[in-house]
Design a protein around this ligand. Structure first.
Ligand code: DGY
Length: 321
């Protein structure tokens, strides 16, 4: 009998084809999968192939001891109750490494968009407001080559951003939860990083320890006119405090991730000019998404064949089996 796989998001036919030949698959391709449907369909599945939009709760894990594998098309696993998965001996596959460069590129794009006011200026031109002559104080921004860039979290993406901003001539300072010496990055305490940096780029995973790491107090330490970029996870920044700081006009921001995704239509962020907003596109290049899907596929097949997942987010699950 073929193993049964629940796929909680639409996938290209080229991916579904090989999956269909190997497994008995059920695909949800009707928008975000409601939690009730997941709970219902999970009862008759051996593995779940999902991504960020599907919450894999402790309850779902505990009620389905037949599950052998969760494979997520993402590096982040904060949508999955990892404690429950590990306790249940359920390995969770994820897709590290392959999205580092794409995410770092987007962080740079947001830095340039905010410091050179690209989105604001684009709107200005399209709205037909460009009627004055060239002048010395027209739409002034700031230079990356003259900036001190503070990297919060010196994991692979933080390091890829450090490499990029160094190439622009920036002075780079960094903070990591565990002390890390990185050439070309001056280690600094987190509060000092917030006080010294002209641009701060956030690259920590979402964990209970990093929840609201960027607090109201730390936002208040930022220099007037400084910029904060977040391509990591919304929960790392206290979003209400960020909205207050942006509304006062004291700082600017470039965001790809939010406390709630999709962002609420009533979010005050939507009407602020000093923030550039992206809909969680850090890894959204064709090549990177392909590589992520390939890793998730390999993880899924390994799990269903009873082999260790090559990219397992909780290898300790194997010892609690
Ligand atoms: C991930 O894989 O966790 C990313 O946030 C997707 O872009």
């Amino acid at each position: 009998m073929k193993s049964r796989v629940l796929i909680t998001l639409p996938l290209p036919a080229a991916v579904l084809g090989p999956l269909k030949t190997k497994f008995d698959i059920q695909v949800w391709d009707d928008g975000p999968m409601p939690q009730l449907q997941i709970a219902e369909l999970a009862k008759t599945t051996d593995a779940i192939l999902c991504s960020l939009g599907t919450a894999i709760t402790a309850d779902l894990i505990r009620s389905n001891p037949q599950l052998t594998t969760i494979s997520s098309i993402s590096v982040g696993v904060d949508h999955i109750d990892m404690e429950a998965a590990t306790a249940a001996g359920l390995p969770v596959g994820h897709t590290p490494e392959v999205l580092v460069d794409s995410t770092a590129d987007l962080a740079l794009a947001l830095m340039l968009a905010t410091t050179r006011r690209i989105v604001e200026a684009d709107r200005f031109v399209r709205e037909g407001q460009w009627s004055s002559d060239w002048s010395t104080d027209f739409f002034l921004g700031s230079d990356l080559s003259r900036a001190t860039v503070g990297i919060v979290g010196l994991g692979p993406t933080g390091l890829a951003v450090a490499k990029r901003v160094r190439a622009f001539g920036a002075n780079v300072i960094g903070w990591n939860r565990t002390e890390r010496e990185v050439s070309g990055v001056r280690n600094i305490a987190l509060d000092d990083l917030f006080a010294e940096a002209d641009i701060i780029s956030v690259h920590t995973a979402a964990t209970p320890e990093t929840h609201h790491l960027v607090s109201a107090d730390r936002l208040a330490m930022m220099k007037p006119g400084a910029v904060i970029i977040n391509t990591a996870r919304g929960s790392v920044i206290d979003e209400s405090a960020l909205i207050a700081a942006l509304s006062s006009g004291r700082i600017r921001a470039g965001l790809d991730v939010y406390a709630q995704e999709p962002i609420a239509k009533s979010s005050p962020l939507l009407v602020l000019d000093n923030v550039v907003l992206m809909p969680h596109l850090g890894s959204a290049t064709a090549a990177t998404r392909q590589a992520m899907i390939e890793r998730a596929y390999v993880n899924l097949v390994a799990g269903l064949e009873g082999k260790p997942l090559p990219w397992c987010a909780n290898p300790e699950a194997y010892s609690s089996r």
